[in-house]
Design a protein around this ligand. Structure first.
Ligand SMILES: Cc1cc2nc3c(=O)[nH]c(=O)nc-3n(C[C@H](O)[C@H](O)[C@H](O)COP(=O)(O)O)c2cc1C
Length: 363
């Protein structure tokens, strides 16, 4: 009996998802200069809601103008953004999916050329490819940043979203606080895991305080990241997150089929499933393409499976589950195929940078 097409009930709220397929957050560069959603960005997400995904997540969206990392990035920091956010959330709901906005701040990866200000982070940091050194936030500035996440979540709820996903993965600000390399603070926001995770913990509290009981809260983490995030600590963090009143733990695996680490052939999904409380909703993402892939990851203990690239090329990916044996065509795709799938020329161009995805893109 295929699991991927079966319903799932989120235990804290009783909210029922029509299946296990989640459209993972995908940056697509289609928003307006002031962070407002464009027709193209709304259209591409509504097409995936129509295509059957149980949850549709927006692109990473900055909670403060200073957190914007690239051109065309969606924002949730101002009320001017609400009308179009409402259009998107209601459209997703009308098509039977649950909507999540992925809230984030770029931290050291939010360059002055985009924001007009020096990048900020947990500490003074510089990494390859960034324009300039970040400065470390003061204690009160960290608290203000926590408020920005809370305000953004409140705004998303007002705009009709079912919930938010806090982006704690991939090396952006929350991840920079979690990482030992990027967080060298000696105050309450740094030090051991308890200190380094206090930024995330306070964000969760703030979101909970500012939103209703029904509002969904997912947390996305990287099990391992070069900012100084290591598997052992991520497992410990995952256990802590499960105690903090969130609805979904999302692990970003990139390859959900690989062994967790040298000497441990178990998949990351299996490792996290075994570590967190039984029944706590686990979402796992990374290289899922076919229905068999989805079933494998669910068999490893995920409750929900995240899909990104397959959902770009195949808007009806989720609706195609259920019969068994769904094997959608793989990359590279022609620009015409992607335009047909509801991507704008701007998005197709962005996808040319993803290795092997577009026939005339990066090889
Ligand atoms: C075009 C593109 C944009 C992405 N943007 C984001 C993003 O905004 N936030 C995020 O957490 N992950 C982002 N990711 C990562 C995906 O959510 C996902 O974890 C990754 O692509 C692996 O899943 P896949 O193998 O199904 O593509 C992006 C991936 C792609 C392909």
């Amino acid at each position: 009996m295929p699991l991927a097409s079966s319903e799932f009930t989120l235990p804290r709220t009783g909210r029922v998802l029509r299946n296990r397929a989640v459209l993972a957050a995908m940056t697509n560069k289609q928003s307006e200069e002031d962070g407002t959603l464009s027709d193209e960005e709304i259209g591409w997400l509504l097409r995936r809601a129509e295509g059957g995904f149980g949850i549709v997540t927006t692109a990473a969206t900055h909670v403060h103008p200073g957190g914007k990392s690239w051109e065309g990035e969606m924002g949730v920091w101002g009320d001017h953004q609400v009308p179009r956010l409402r259009e998107l959330s209601s459209g997703i709901g009308e098509r039977g999916a649950v909507s999540l906005a992925q809230i984030f701040h770029g931290g050291l990866r939010a360059p002055r050329s985009i924001t007009g200000q020096q990048p900020i982070s947990a500490s003074v940091n510089l990494e390859r490819g960034v324009e300039e050194e970040s400065r470390g936030l003061s204690d009160s500035e960290v608290s203000e940043m926590v408020s920005s996440f809370g305000e953004a979540a409140e705004r998303c709820e007002k705009a009709g979203f079912d919930g938010v996903e806090v982006h704690g993965a991939h090396g952006y600000l929350v991840c920079q606080f979690l990482g030992t390399r990027t967080n060298r603070r000696t105050d309450r926001w740094g030090g051991d895991l308890d200190g380094r995770s206090s930024f995330l913990r306070e964000i969760i509290k703030e979101v909970r305080d500012r939103t209703s009981e029904e509002f969904l809260l997912a947390i996305r983490i990287s099990p391992v990241h070069e900012v100084g995030v290591e598997l052992g600590e991520s497992i410990e963090l995952a256990r802590m997150i499960c105690e903090w009143g969130v609805d979904i733990l999302h692990i970003s695996c990139w390859d959900a089929f690989a062994g967790a680490e040298d000497g441990d052939p178990r998949t990351l999904t299996r490792v996290f499933r075994e570590a967190i409380p039984e029944g706590f909703p686990l979402l796992s993402t990374g290289s899922i393409w076919t229905e068999d892939d989805a079933e494998f990851v669910l068999g490893e203990g995920a409750d929900l499976i995240g899909v990104a690239r397959a959902g770009i090329a195949h808007p009806d990916w989720a609706d195609s589950l259920g019969e068994g044996g769904f094997e959608p065509e793989r990359a590279p795709f022609t620009p015409e195929h992607l335009l047909e799938a509801g991507l704008s020329p701007v998005f197709v161009d962005y996808m040319r940078r993803w290795k092997g995805f577009v026939t005339d893109g990066r090889k």
